[in-house]
Design a protein around this ligand. Structure first.
Ligand SMILES: Nc1ncnc2c1ncn2[C@@H]1O[C@H](COP(=O)(O)OP(=O)(O)OP(=O)(O)O)[C@@H](O)[C@H]1O
Length: 252
């Protein structure tokens, strides 16, 4: 579990990063984020969409407190310390621990004896609790990583392309599983994705970033509840998105 001292009383996530750059190997400067400003309301599920290399992962790393060298401010949801759940492209499970042990290790003290039956059940992991990561397919390992992030009852859930490099039917199954667990206990969520269809299926709002150095070029709000987003509705949303962001040619 990762807690972060920048939690504020307000429940929303507020990002205001004036400047984030890296030193390149040849001694130059890579400007990654410049005046990146956005907010995510309490219990909103937002997706960040943007060109490859524009700074999406860097933004999540700043929120997680893994990158501290930047100019700007962030405010995280939560009262004193934001409880942060994170899911990365790599499941990052400890290989010498079982699925259940991996999840339990992440639990804060107040949840240490929590009953995980329902969470494992919802994610289809009931029979794999005693499995070791090497015994899991990538899809199952990702489910375990999602279980670990949600088990801590996070104030904010950060997801960095959690469905990438899965076959489409496994990815779709996982998207449905994530949504069914998240809908039961909604929390403020921010997910990085390259996949516009995925963003339209999952999110309440899509935050579209420019090329590097990244700033927000616009947001796309989807107010319609997810259960009404059938294929026709999703196609309409896709069309409206493309009309609004005609400049973005490289999103699928
Ligand atoms: N530790 C680092 N040192 C130097 N440069 C870095 C470092 N981390 C990231 N970068 C550079 O910063 C830029 C943004 O990287 P980042 O991973 O945040 O982009 P991204 O939008 O998540 O990319 P992708 O869509 O390909 O996953 C890239 O040019 C990357 O090479």
């Amino acid at each position: 579990m990762n807690t972060h001292p920048l939690a504020g009383a307000a429940a929303r996530l507020k990002v205001d990063i004036e400047q984030k750059s890296f030193r390149s190997s040849n001694g130059g400067t890579i400007d990654v984020l410049h005046n990146l400003r956005f907010e995510v309301a309490q219990n909103e599920f937002a997706c960040i969409l943007g060109p490859s290399g524009c700074g999406k992962t860097t933004t999540l790393r700043i929120l997680l407190g893994l990158e501290r060298d930047y100019r700007g401010t962030i405010q995280l949801p939560g009262i004193a310390h934001a409880r942060m759940g994170a899911v990365f492209q790599e499941p990052m499970l400890l290989p010498w621990r079982t699925v259940e042990q991996n999840v339990r290790l992440a639990l804060p003290k107040d949840l240490r004896n929590t009953n995980l039956d329902s969470l494992f059940g919802q994610l289809g992991l009931s029979k794999m609790r005693a499995f070791y990561p090497a015994e899991l397919s990538l899809g199952l390992a990702r489910r375990a990583a999602i279980a670990r992030a949600l088990a801590i009852e996070p104030d904010i859930l950060l997801l960095d392309e959690p469905f990438v490099s899965l076959d489409e039917s496994t990815a779709q199954q996982l998207r449905h599983l994530l949504m069914s667990v998240w809908s039961e206990r909604p929390t403020t969520a921010l997910m990085v994705t390259h996949n516009l269809q995925e963003a339209i299926m999952l999110s309440d709002r899509i935050i579209v970033l420019s090329d590097r150095p990244a700033h927000v070029i616009g947001t796309f709000d989807i107010r319609l509840p997810r259960q009404y987003r059938n294929e026709q509705v999703k196609a309409d949303l896709l069309r409206s998105f493309n009309e609004k962001f005609t400049a973005i040619r490289n999103v699928p």
